[in-house]
Design a binder for this molecule. Sequence first.
Ligand code: DGP
Length: 116
Amino acid sequence: MTTIFSKIIAGEIPSDTVYQDDLVTAFRDINPVAPTHILIVPNKEIPTVNDISEADEAMVGRMLVVAGKIAKQEGIAEDGYRLIINCGRDGNQEVFHLHMHLLGGHNLGPIIRRRN
Ligand code: DGP
């Protein structure tokens, strides 16, 4: 269950951390796909959205509050940005420690490519 993200949160391996509090940590993605690409991660080890419970509501709310704060810090709040949480195999989740991608800094295009 423990992933590389727990080591980043604990400061055991280096990362470009932009925010940390008692519930969440945010750091720059190692493989950015946009000028701003930050991961907002609960400090608690929760593998996927499927594993979130009512007891985690404060943490889930904090993830969104922090996303807005970081967007302002990064100077992308006004132009806009995208928040993504991948879940499981079909969601293409690679790291099984819940995280929200904050993407922005240029126009991101449509979120889903239409196949017709
Ligand atoms: P996802 O597909 O939603 O599970 O995205 C996982 C993201 O995590 C992916 O964009 C790359 C990022 N990532 C993986 N390993 C590391 C790491 O060691 N450090 C950092 N900063 N990001 C990582």
